[in-house]
Design a protein around this ligand. Structure first.
Ligand code: ZN
Length: 438
């Protein structure tokens, strides 16, 4: 176990965070300190303000990390990712259903081996931190030990992580199939073991409607209702062939989304990745139930799945976060994910400001997970997770950043040109969890 955090510490640099959604509140949503100091007490934010004012009252001897010249933002929040697919990122040539058969299922089968799971979990958590991501909502595999491995790795790093065992009792290879009853028993045991322990939270994880029998879907919905505070994560309306398949499997449902609705799987703390092929009746139902969407642009482009309608989701007041969707997504970097989000939206004639983009990756993600009371910005009492971005990380970034006149331009350049090289450090509960070698 790591040592307890130092009671009081301070961090100096240029700070940017959000108090609200800039899509609704414009510039007032963003707070910026060109030279700021963040004071952290026992891993939580005590204060953020202008350096001169905060330093003047800081007790002598308080340790101070000096990141002047760099931009400090709340830690990034990845609302959809598969840790067991780390090793199949960048696998060529398929769309969703063939991609699952050809690459995903064989990769996930290896997680029957706890040693393999532990090795991948450690790499995965380190890779998140290296990219400035301090919170993730992650799929494990059908094996309960794969969940244990991931939670143990996150716990050692003090990360806030939500994860769950995949429920999958049909339309998959025998070696990855559970049963409705066994999946429910195993999920229950994992909730008892991990939910609410340190910063860890559990998510019921039916992979998607086609790979669960109606009985398994029913039991997942029941567990979701029986365990307040527990999450539910799945996929919906990613690919047109997938949606047609669901229509054949569940002819009684009005739509793909309606399948989840009928089994009690919508609501606060339910998060559905993709949501590309929905109609407005679906979107209204998502909004009314407080369900969240994870927008996964690199995955949507990579698998040729389709384009997400962010404007419509926003107009209806839907909670939206951002997901890398590793391994169909092509980068652990939320900066790269924002870059692809911008481009994907351009293809639909929509736009994404730098402020909206970074809001999605921080407070917006926290809001989508109902965690905005704990993470997502630097208000007093929040958990002090943050990322330190270096606008001069590469020769090109330095050159382009030097020509920027406004904060908005600098943030936009960072998200278009930045990746893990731009992450100088990542702090978890105030402490450095990753530092780029100088
Ligand atoms: Zn996914």
């Amino acid at each position: 176990m790591t040592a307890p955090p130092h009671p009081l510490r301070a961090v100096r640099g240029e700070f940017v965070h959000f108090l609200a959604d800039p899509a609704a509140y414009g510039d007032r949503a963003l707070e910026h300190f060109a030279d700021g100091v963040l004071v952290v007490r026992d891993g939580h934010v005590a204060e953020l303000g202008p350096a001169a004012a905060v330093l003047a009252k800081l007790p002598a001897g308080t340790p101070l990390a000096d990141y002047r010249g760099k931009l400090i933002l709340p830690g990034f929040i990845d609302t959809h990712i598969h840790y067991a697919q780390t090793d199949i990122i960048a696998s060529h040539g398929e769309q969703l259903l063939a991609w699952l058969e050809k690459y995903t299922f064989p990769a996930e089968a290896r997680f029957a081996d706890p040693a393999h799971a532990a090795e991948v979990a450690a790499f995965f958590c380190d890779e998140l931190l290296k990219n400035g991501t301090t919170t993730a909502l992650a799929f494990a595999t059908v094996h309960p030990a794969s969940v244990d491995a991931l939670f143990a790795a996150a716990q050692r790093r003090q990360m806030r992580l939500i994860a769950g065992k995949v429920l999958m009792d049909r339309h998959c290879p025998d070696f990855l199939r559970d049963t409705a009853a066994r999946g429910a028993v195993e999920s229950k045991a994992l909730i008892a073991r991990w939910h609410g322990r340190d910063r860890l939270l559990y998510a019921l994880t039916p992979r998607f409607a086609p790979t669960s029998t109606p009985e398994q879907m029913r039991l997942a919905g029941r567990l979701f209702a029986e365990h307040p505070g527990v999450y539910l994560q799945s996929h919906v309306a990613e690919n047109r062939a997938e949606a047609d398949w669901v229509a054949r499997l569940y002819p009684e449902a009005r739509s793909y989304l309606d399948v989840y609705d009928r089994f009690g799987q919508l609501g606060a703390r339910a998060v559905f990745a993709h949501c590309l092929w929905l109609d407005d009746a679906d979107r209204l139902r998502i909004a009314d139930t407080g369900t969240a969407i994870s927008f996964c642009p690199t995955s949507n482009l990579f698998l040729g799945s389709g384009l997400f309608d962010l404007e419509r989701a926003r107009a209806l007041g839907i909670r939206v976060g951002l997901g890398t969707d590793i391994g169909a997504g092509t980068s652990f970097s939320m900066l790269q994910t924002l870059s692809e989000a911008y481009k994907a939206l351009q293809l639909s004639g929509q736009t994404l400001s730098a402020a909206s983009a970074f809001h999605l990756a921080t407070l917006g993600g926290a809001h989508s997970l109902y965690l905005d009371g704990r993470i997502g910005n630097f208000l007093p009492g929040k958990e002090a997770d943050f990322v330190v971005l270096d606008p001069r990380a590469t020769a090109l970034l330095a050159r382009r950043s030097a020509g920027c006149a406004t904060l908005g331009e600098r943030l936009f350049v960072l998200m278009m040109l930045g990746d893990d090289r731009a992450v100088a450090a990542t702090h978890v509960l105030g402490e450095a969890a990753w530092q780029r070698p100088e």
